[in-house]
Design a protein around this ligand. Structure first.
Ligand code: DWN
Length: 425
């Protein structure tokens, strides 16, 4: 199928996208562009096969390093209403994450002695997965997520969810109606926020005086070490290291009192933040600052090296897959992940290489992927068709997916992993 490879060059409507001029944490405008993926489609906007694809949006995806506070970030901000109002991704698409959030809820209930009087607010609550664990353990819960389509999905779990973007303004309204929160969680959300200072003011508006803010997101150290270029997309406006985060929290008299590194989503960190408290750094925070210093993350070097390796990875992956196709092999994709859509568009890999992609999320099935327009089917198609290879686009769930597909592998099917390097398993 001849794919329309011409990138949309039309000037997007004003309200679709805007560009920030200064660093979203320190407001310095000494931003160094170190990597450009070109014009990319928002990776969670899956067209229907009969959509008018001529109007499919593509936006610049360029990454910058603030040479003052060290925050790695995007300058182009796609209107969050375009990306998040009707959201196709659901957390419960993977057992790994359902279990991960069960452990998080149990840890926080125990550590902070939460009970039925404690209000837990989850920002970016998606399908209510995390809050359903809190609800089971006792605390009062409230979800905040702009996705209007997910309000009813959360409600099926007994979770009340407000279709709102979290800002200081919306935090005031929530506090008026629901009171203050003992815990606010934001998992895979904090990196999606353009106005971080307003978001943090909202946390202080909504938290009790002894309240705790818990955030989780991919860690920049892992992104650099494992060359996770596909974690860069329009939803992720910031790529956090500890140093710039300290600048942010100190400005609002908040204390980052604990940090945990996590294996999920290719390597993440969990922050534990509370009001005030001594300015001294806890040992774990000091340890990560030293790690970031050893990696030279206060300089442009690791970022320029990352960009070079990304272009090398693109060349190697295209050659690897083209050679398999030249030998007459059938290859499909496994996991229509946002990250996978970035990788495919960055490498310009379409249906001429991958016949289709299988995915567990029902709303993705029957659609085509953004940009390269590869059809998405239910996972069962893999065993029915027995293609020679499955390119694992959701590599962050390799254990779960390889386990789930033992039968396919026993029958000779092979998975191709791409992170941290290309290999067949
Ligand atoms: O930050 C974000 C992360 C948390 O989730 C969001 N901005 C968007 C989204 O990114 P993603 O789509 O790259 O996330 P996942 O969870 O890595 O996507 C995995 C995909 O693979 C999903 O579409 C579900 C699918 N899957 C599957 O088909 N079979 C996943 C598993 C575990 C499976 O067994």
């Amino acid at each position: 199928m001849k794919r329309n490879t011409k990138r949309k060059t039309g000037k997007p409507e004003r309200e679709e996208i805007f560009e920030v001029k200064a660093c979203r944490i320190c407001k310095n405008n000494d931003l160094l562009e170190f990597f450009s993926l070109g014009a990319m489609p928002p990776p969670n906007l899956f067209p229907k096969s009969d959509d008018n694809l001529e109007n499919e949006p593509f936006y610049p995806l360029d990454v910058y390093f603030c040479q003052h506070c060290g925050l790695v970030q995007l300058k182009h901000v796609v209107n969050p209403n375009i990306m998040f109002r009707d959201y196709i991704y659901i957390t419960s698409g993977s057992n790994t994450m359902v279990e991960h959030f069960g452990r998080l809820a149990e840890e926080l209930v125990k550590k902070f002695k939460l009970n039925s009087d404690s209000l837990v607010v989850d920002i970016g609550s998606n399908d209510g997965t995390l809050l359903s664990h809190f609800k089971r353990l006792g605390p009062r819960t409230l979800g905040i997520d702009p996705a209007e389509n997910l309000v009813s999905v959360a409600a099926e779990k007994g979770i009340e969810q407000l279709p709102l973007l979290f800002t200081n303004q919306s935090a005031k309204k929530v506090r008026q109606k629901y009171g203050r929160a003992k815990v606010i969680t934001a998992t895979n959300v904090f990196a999606h926020v353009n106005d971080l200072h307003d978001f943090v003011r909202g946390l202080k508006t909504l938290l009790t005086n002894d309240g705790i803010f818990i955030a989780e997101f991919p860690y920049l150290v892992d992104l650099l070490e494992k060359e996770e270029l596909d974690t860069i997309y329009h939803e992720h406006l910031s790529y956090f290291a500890i140093r710039p985060l300290l600048t942010l929290f100190e400005k609002h008299d908040l204390k980052l009192f604990d940090v945990k590194r996590l294996p999920v989503h290719g390597g993440s960190i969990r922050l534990y933040v509370r009001r005030g408290g001594k300015k001294t750094l806890t040992p774990v925070v000091k340890e990560l600052l030293r790690l970031e210093e050893r990696m030279g993350m206060e300089t442009s070097k690791p970022y320029l090296d990352f960009a070079k390796k990304a272009y090398d990875k693109r060349r190697n992956l295209v050659k690897f897959l083209s050679d398999l196709k030249a030998k007459g092999k059938q290859i499909i994709g496994y996991g229509a992940a946002a990250k996978g859509n970035i990788l495919l568009n960055f490498c310009n890999i379409g249906p001429e290489i991958l016949d289709y992609i299988v995915d567990a999320i029902p709303d993705k099935q029957g659609r085509i992927t953004p940009g390269v327009h590869i059809p998405v089917y239910p996972e069962a198609k893999l065993l029915e068709d027995m293609p020679d290879y499955a390119l694992l686009l959701a590599w962050n769930f390799a254990d779960e997916i390889l386990e789930k597909n033992k039968e396919y592998r026993k029958k000779g099917g092979k998975f191709i992993l791409v992170v941290p390097e290309i290999k067949i398993v």
